[in-house]
Design a protein around this ligand. Structure first.
Ligand code: SF4
Length: 289
């Protein structure tokens, strides 16, 4: 059995920068309380590692970012790689907290483009995932932003503005996006579209779609990670079996029976150690199959 790591896979620059910024904040403020408003990147292993440094990830899905912020009285608040609304940022500053912003530059770029078009009185259609922090931050900018989560949502859009701008969350599936945008263009032929899938996401997606002999694909990553989930959904177009695993511990040996080639990829927030351990483990089993 041959084990092949898909290239590229795993950490992107935005994730590396965000994690480094959190670690640097700990070094700069060794005695302060440090909180992250959400998960710095969507991976539980990463959050647990940061907890060992005394850094608390506030990740209660039943509470809004504002409610979580209200619970913090002092110390440092770090905003995650997915971006944050200006309102929350200002509120944290007004509370006297030290703020550290780990927003990825690609996420920021999309936010700034949306702001530009809002300033020119456009309605904005934003293709993203409901409840995802990146989408929430963009939607908080204006009621003139319409969230689109699927092709079906296009049918219920009711926009009369002649000026419509369309863009998307950075970690969407490029195939799904092409389909949704084509459908949208039929309904609003005059809309301006700017595709904003980040390079890290598209290169990881295209790497698995370029594989021509794929039977089995393991995607190492957290189910909370949007880009990881998109690797799973895209992989299903190209592979007979796709398994999402948090780590090697989730591998079921029975799934390997009769397979001679196994591909392994990973989401942009998956730590290298989890990918390496998965590949090592599969290699250790290779002679059995
Ligand atoms: S996946 Fe893309 S947008 Fe998200 S942190 Fe990485 S580079 Fe930035």
């Amino acid at each position: 059995m041959e084990i092949i790591r898909v290239v590229p896979s795993g950490y992107c620059k935005g994730v590396i920068n965000a994690i480094n910024l959190v670690k640097k904040t700990r070094q700069d403020y060794p005695f302060e309380k440090i909180y992250i408003l959400g998960m710095i990147v969507h991976n539980t292993f990463v959050s647990n590692e940061l907890k060992k440094l005394g850094i608390i990830s506030l990740d209660d899905t039943n509470k809004s970012k504002e409610e979580l912020l209200d619970e913090i009285k002092e110390g440092i608040i770090i905003f995650t790689a997915h971006g944050i609304s200006d309102k929350i940022k200002q509120k944290a500053i007004a509370k006297g907290l030290i703020t550290v912003d780990a927003t990825c530059s690609d996420v920021l770029r999309t936010q700034n483009i949306v702001k530009e078009y809002l300033a020119k009185d456009y309605d904005v259609i934003y293709f993203g995932k409901k409840g995802h922090p990146e989408a929430e931050a963009v939607l908080s900018l204006s009621p003139a932003i319409h969230l689109l989560t699927s092709k079906e949502d296009v049918d219920v859009l009711n926009i009369h503005n002649e000026k419509i701008f369309v863009t998307n969350q950075t970690t969407m599936s490029y195939l799904e996006l092409a389909d949704v945008f084509k459908y949208l263009k039929e309904k609003y032929p005059h809309c301006l579209i700017e595709e904003e899938i980040c390079k890290a996401t598209s290169s990881r997606q295209k790497a698995i779609m370029d594989i021509v002999d794929g039977n089995v694909l393991y995607v190492v990553g957290d189910s909370k990670s949007n880009n990881t989930n998109k690797l799973v959904s895209l992989g299903k177009h190209n592979f007979k079996k796709v398994y999402l695993i948090n780590s090697k511990n989730d591998i079921n040996k029975n799934d390997l029976v009769g397979q001679n080639k196994i591909y392994v990829t990973a989401g942009a927030s998956t730590p290298p150690v989890l990918i390496d351990e998965t590949i090592e483990y599969l290699n250790s089993l290779a002679s059995e199959f």
